[in-house]
Write a protein that binds this ligand. Sequence first.
Ligand code: RTP
Ligand code: MG
Length: 143
Amino acid sequence: MSAERTLSILKPNAVAKNVIGSIYARFENAGFTIVGAKMLHLTREQAAGFYAEHDGKPFFNGLLDFMTSGPVVVQVLEGENAVQRYRDLMGATNPANALAGTLRADYADSLTENAVHGSDSAASAAREIAYFFSEGEVHSRIR
Ligand code: RTP
Ligand code: MG
């Protein structure tokens, strides 16, 4: 398995809890390298474009309300098998189903306000990284 990149977002509820550093430590302790990072307050258009795959679903408008409710921190994580290993670190989408020790078990407030985002495939990761970062903003060892 070779090194891979994935796109991570600390959602508005996580940022509001003042746990950016605590979650960054969890990334590093799990063996990920942070190779790009920025804080943004998403516009509705930016959030809708990011979550375009969910357009038309019943939770879409509520998801946009939440994702634009405050600043987020967006980062590119690099490591072996990063997409799947980061999904495992986050835990299940619904925190009621998230295993103990996962980020969502520790920081989520609800199914919508579930603290963190992670790409769901290598193809999604490539799209999502390009959505937020130009080439010069990702300082990867595998470029
Ligand atoms: P994410 O994309 O944020 O990493 O989460 P995910 O892959 O685990 O879940 P996904 O199915 O892609 O859903 C995207 C986000 O939409 C919110 N959601 N709300 N109320 C609902 O029924 C519902 N379902 C999903 C969550 O914030 C979820 O992370
Ligand atoms: Mg998803």
